[in-house]
Design a protein around this ligand. Structure first.
Ligand code: SF4
Ligand code: SF4
Length: 61
């Protein structure tokens, strides 16, 4: 299973990661910051990690 590590302190709620995720793994909280909604669906494509402008996301596993 993929390990998704998020540094929410750095997240500026831009929406890029959860809008790009092809598996709907990521979602936003009520402030627009990313939350992991469905980690089991992650296919480790790393699109979120590569596109976050603030390097908040690390995908491992
Ligand atoms: S792409 Fe990065 S800064 Fe933007 S919402 Fe996602 S984690 Fe936050
Ligand atoms: S690695 Fe891919 S599937 Fe997993 S959360 Fe990021 S964008 Fe979604």
């Amino acid at each position: 299973m993929a390990k998704i590590v998020i540094n929410r302190k750095w997240c500026k709620a831009c929406g890029i990661c959860y809008n790009l995720c092809p598996k709907d793994v990521l979602d936003k909280d009520d402030t627009g910051k990313v939350v992991v909604k469905n980690p089991d669906a992650c296919i480790m494509c790393r699109i979120c990690e590569e596109h976050c402008p603030d390097y908040c996301i690390k995908i491992g596993g």
